[in-house]
Design a protein around this ligand. Structure first.
Ligand code: DGT
Ligand code: MG
Length: 508
């Protein structure tokens, strides 16, 4: 079994130290140095604009005015807390055994890595959450066939192949892949590779096809985890941390479990807070859903969860809330959390320890909580009730349609920039604007940082299998599409709405 601790490295893309790479490993640099470097990562992350922008991005409810309802930022803070709880539970359980896993003395470092991964895990998400991702992907899917070098060009065989892969990538915008791009190229946070690896949730490059069910590591590769533009960064990260391609960094499993535990209850609480469901109705739905999920396991009509019948536990939370005179809903969720979070955290910690071999290798092909246990059924129950009874109500769907309209509308406004021939766009980048009435004005609205990232990427024309280079026009157009995706996904909900209104000449 690979020793977990050998994966803890303080190496960064832009090193500030002069030592040879072996000195970056915790066995050589020592735990104190590692902790100091991770403290520096914390500062870089907490002070980043990408984290601040989460405060105005949708978790479930787009453009929400009620600040008590979760945004991506408040959700991420809850994930951070849950992540810390899981790490502490693992170390408490391990006790003296931490040294067997090579984790001796690494509790603080592990806690910091997981906490910061949790805080950052959603930074690549576009405005309007899931629907934002879908809107970007769909717009590109419909528009790419109209873009000049993508529809006609005199290309060699290998160029055709890569062009097709780049098009596949541009059709599938992914928040997780965008997060890797943000850290490495757009914000250049220069985090330790170890810290960045904790949020590399999926391990497939977006140019590769989705694996078929049953294929090796199909779960870890089910969504794009990084873009072609970051392939060299990721490949370097993998070699620094001894990660095989397609495999995960061990602590990423903890970030994923913390996210699952945090949002499954929180989304329902927000639904109740917004008056979409009453606690009584929710309690009934949860009991029914849990029974239905446990049926194939034959544990009867009172399946046990953490030594108690699940229905009893819900009724207990309901009773406690009935005794509360002022904030009944709050009381209900306090008790739900008290009764559910501990067992779920314990289960995640146990699964981490039980599967430490596969986890150290990064080959466990599922989420920690995804087994056939009652704990898994609880998470599934909460998620399914949210999907059926919160996300799909008319109010939420209307807001999602508005988000969709805003994102596709914005991309449509910026489309003239994508249609320009390469030479005219380079002219714009050099400050020229002759004859480009609309395009020059649109260009001036692009964030400087994103234009700089585009200019850097344009220079990195990929080398093909046969040693030749990809045609410049195709590569440049890929970079320009990426630029537009960077710009749109970097917006907050409110900023996207304001920008859409401004460009559409609609008043507030
Ligand atoms: N409004 C709405 N929210 C949804 C829907 N499906 C899931 N959500 C919420 C549930 C969670 O609070 C949140 C999860 O968002 P993410 O985009 O991060 O997805 P998740 O982490 O499950 O998947 P990932 O593996 O990161 O792609 O979105 C939906 O159809 N509508
Ligand atoms: Mg996510």
């Amino acid at each position: 079994m690979p020793d977990l601790a050998t994966r803890y490295s303080i190496q960064r893309p832009y090193p500030q130290r002069k030592e040879a790479p072996e000195q970056y490993r915790v066995e050589r640099c020592g735990v104190r140095t590692l902790e100091k470097q991770l403290e520096s990562d914390r500062g870089r992350i907490i002070n980043s604009a990408a984290v601040r922008r989460l405060q105005q991005k949708t978790q479930v409810f787009p453009l929400e005015h009620n600040a008590a309802v979760r945004s991506r930022l408040t959700h991420s803070l809850e994930v951070q807390q849950t992540g810390r709880f899981i790490v502490r539970t693992i170390f408490d359980r391990l006790g003296q055994g931490a040294s067997i896993l090579g984790l001796d003395g690494l509790e603080r470092a592990t806690e910091s890595l997981v906490e910061m991964a949790c805080l950052m895990h959603d930074i690549g998400n576009p405005p309007f959450g899931h629907f934002g991702e879908a809107a970007i992907s769909r717009w590109f899917e419909q528009t790419l066939p109209q873009l000049p070098p993508f529809i006609h060009d005199d290309l060699s065989e290998p160029e055709w192949a890569l062009r097709a892969e780049l098009l596949r990538e541009l059709r599938s915008f992914e928040g997780n892949a965008q997060a890797i791009r943000l850290i490495s190229q757009l914000q250049k946070l220069n985090l330790t590779y170890t810290q960045t690896a904790c949020i590399l949730k999926y391990t497939r490059c977006a140019t590769e096809p989705k694996p078929a069910k049953g294929e090796a590591l199909d779960y870890l590769r089910k969504k794009p985890g990084y873009y072609f533009s970051e392939r060299e960064f990721v490949s370097h990260l993998q070699s620094v941390l001894d990660m095989a391609p397609g495999h995960r960094f061990p602590l990423t499993y903890l970030m994923e479990a913390a996210d699952d535990i945090a949002y499954c209850l929180a989304d329902l609480e927000d639904g109740v807070d917004k008056g979409i469901l009453s606690c009584e109705r929710l309690a009934q739905l949860l009991k029914e859903q849990f029974l239905a999920l446990r049926e194939p396991f034959g544990d009867g009509d009172a399946p046990h969860f953490s030594g108690k019948c699940f229905a009893e536990l819900i009724d207990f939370a309901l009773e406690r809330s009935a005794q509360e005179s002022i904030n009944k809903e709050h009381e209900f969720f306090v008790w739900m959390r008290v009764k559910l979070v501990h067992p779920l955290v314990n289960h995640a910690a146990e699964a981490f320890i039980d599967h430490i071999g596969a986890i150290s290798e990064g080959s466990l092909n599922r989420a920690l909580l995804e087994d056939d246990s009652p704990c898994h059924s609880i998470v599934e129950t909460l998620k399914r009730v949210a999907i059926r009874h919160v996300f799909s109500v008319a109010e939420v769907e209307t807001l999602e349609l508005q988000g969709y309209r805003i994102i596709s509308g914005l991309l449509e406004h910026y489309k003239p920039l994508l249609m320009l021939p390469m030479e005219a766009f380079s002219d714009l980048c050099r400050g020229g604007s002759r004859g480009l009435l609309i395009e020059s004005r649109l260009f001036h609205r692009l964030p400087n940082k994103h234009v700089k990232a585009y200019l850097t990427l344009v220079e990195q024309v990929p080398v093909l299998e046969d040693g030749s280079r990809l045609g410049e026009t195709v590569w440049e157009r890929y970079c320009r599409c990426r630029l537009l995706q960077d710009m749109i996904s970097g917006m907050t909900d409110q900023y996207a709405l304001d920008e859409f209104r401004a460009l559409s000449v609609i008043g507030a």
